[in-house]
Ligand binder design. Structure first.
Ligand SMILES: [Zn+2]
Length: 434
């Protein structure tokens, strides 16, 4: 009897196994193959309806999102080469840092608590003149990449180098690098420089990044010299258009806001920087009401913020408007999450590519853990993101379909090497200023 049983097992198990796998194979053969399925978890799409999908999934092929839906539905349609389990986590479009100066990470904390003028003349300009080399830019950019990926930033708009025609040609059509022309501001650039920069950018279809109406002095000087506000001066020069990304936009009156909206200029609000430099409070609510796309940026990371944590900017953006208006309803959690994602994409004129989780968008997404003490309990997702969760709660980051951080481990940046180099640079920079 016993040997008969063993014989049965020997014969039947392979038969069952064969039938089962054939069945599974037939089922999978009907499914569409994709490269990656991020499944489970709460998918915060930031699409037009601001749809939130509990137990959702995102299918990715190459560098693009193929579909977004419920996990059950997506698993019945797609078979993936790589699965990422997101259960118990939030799945969001990657954050967009609309304004920063990345290689300046190496000058982080060089000198703080001084006026902008003193900071620039006494510290930053000499430090840059003596230290900025290709090597400096390379390591500073790597350090910034490591920090930004850790905080869930998948797109960062950096202005520092004076990008030349050669640079624009080199990066034209590149999927990851969007070369931009960055004339600093109306007070550091002549009318001719501004117009030449705009013409160069337009020749290559590159965006133009510029600091606009950041300081009271800039407004006063513009009124005295140009007879008008910084925004209206730039408009008179023919510079404002849908390819302009204007950082700060603090001293903009009602007429300026109307022009910014009409010309489809994107604005980037940098609350940390505006507070740290005591620049002023941007009229974010009025800008949004006028129809201007307002994104969020860290600025810095030297002298005007000192870190690249965009989640901190969400928190501060809301609180800064609340205290300024003495109204806790002035700017809410949902609005600041929008500014870090889809509105930030609109400000960069890239809302058809990034900023939301939708079919056809670039596969830039992040998984935010909800296991830390500061993450529980969660009643409202947007409030949790804006006021309770931190950049350090970001666990996994995918940029253009490529996993660049998995469970808090960076995969594309040699983090220990970058940290060691940053310390080395500090000694060199300090010595150069003696
Ligand atoms: Zn700046």
């Amino acid at each position: 009897m016993r040997s008969f049983h063993s014989w049965l097992v020997v014969v039947l198990v392979p038969i069952f196994y064969f039938l089962f796998s054939a069945c599974l194979h037939a089922q999978n053969a009907k499914k569409e193959k994709v490269d990656m399925l991020v499944a489970g978890g709460t998918v915060v799409t930031m699409n037009a309806e601001r749809r939130i999908i509990e137990d959702g999934a995102v299918a990715v092929n190459g560098d693009a999102i193929v579909a977004v839906g419920s996990r059950a539905n997506m698993e019945s349609k797609y078979v993936a080469a790589q699965s990422i389990n997101a259960s118990g986590k939030l799945v969001l479009p990657g954050f967009i840092n609309g304004h920063t100066h990345v290689p300046m990470t190496l000058l982080r904390g060089l000198r703080d608590d001084v006026t902008l003028d003193e900071w620039l003349r006494k510290y930053i300009f000499p430090a840059e003149a003596k230290n900025v080399t290709e090597e400096f830019v390379r390591w500073g950019t790597r350090l910034a990449a490591a920090e930004q990926i850790r905080g869930g930033v998948t797109k960062s708009n950096s202005a520092m180098l004076e990008y030349t025609e050669k640079f624009l040609k080199r990066w034209q059509g590149d999927a990851l690098i969007h070369a931009a022309v960055a004339p600093h501001s109306i007070y550091t650039c002549s009318q001719k420089t501004l117009q030449d920069a705009a013409a160069l950018a337009r020749k290559y279809g590159a965006p133009i990044l510029i600091h606009v109406a950041e300081m009271k002095k800039e407004l006063d000087d513009s009124r005295a010299k140009n007879g008008t506000t910084p925004v209206q001066y730039l408009d008179k020069l023919g510079i404002l258009g849908p390819d302009i990304v204007a950082a700060h936009c603090i001293f903009v009156d009602q007429a300026d806001r109307k022009i910014l909206a009409q010309r489809q200029v994107g604005c980037v609000h940098n609350p940390s920087s505006n507070m740290m430099l005591a620049s002023g409070v941007a009229p974010v609510i009025e800008e949004r009401a006028a129809g201007v796309a307002v994104g969020l940026g860290t600025d810095g990371p030297a002298g005007s913020n000192n870190d690249l944590d965009l989640m901190e900017e969400m928190d501060l953006a809301a609180k800064l408007q609340k205290i300024t208006k003495m109204d806790p309803q002035a700017l809410g959690a949902k609005a600041v999450v929008e500014m870090a994602t889809i509105e930030g994409a609109r400000a960069l004129h890239m809302e058809k590519e990034i900023g939301s989780l939708e079919a056809g968008r670039k596969a830039d997404l992040i998984l935010v853990g909800l296991g830390a003490p500061n993450a529980v309990p969660m009643y409202d997702i947007y409030a949790q993101l804006a006021y309770a969760l931190k950049g350090s709660d970001v666990e996994t980051v995918i940029i253009g379909g490529r996993v660049v951080m998995r469970d808090k481990k960076l995969l594309t940046v040699d983090e220990p090497a970058v940290i060691a180099k940053a310390k080395e640079f500090k000694n060199k920079i300090e010595a150069s200023l003696k």
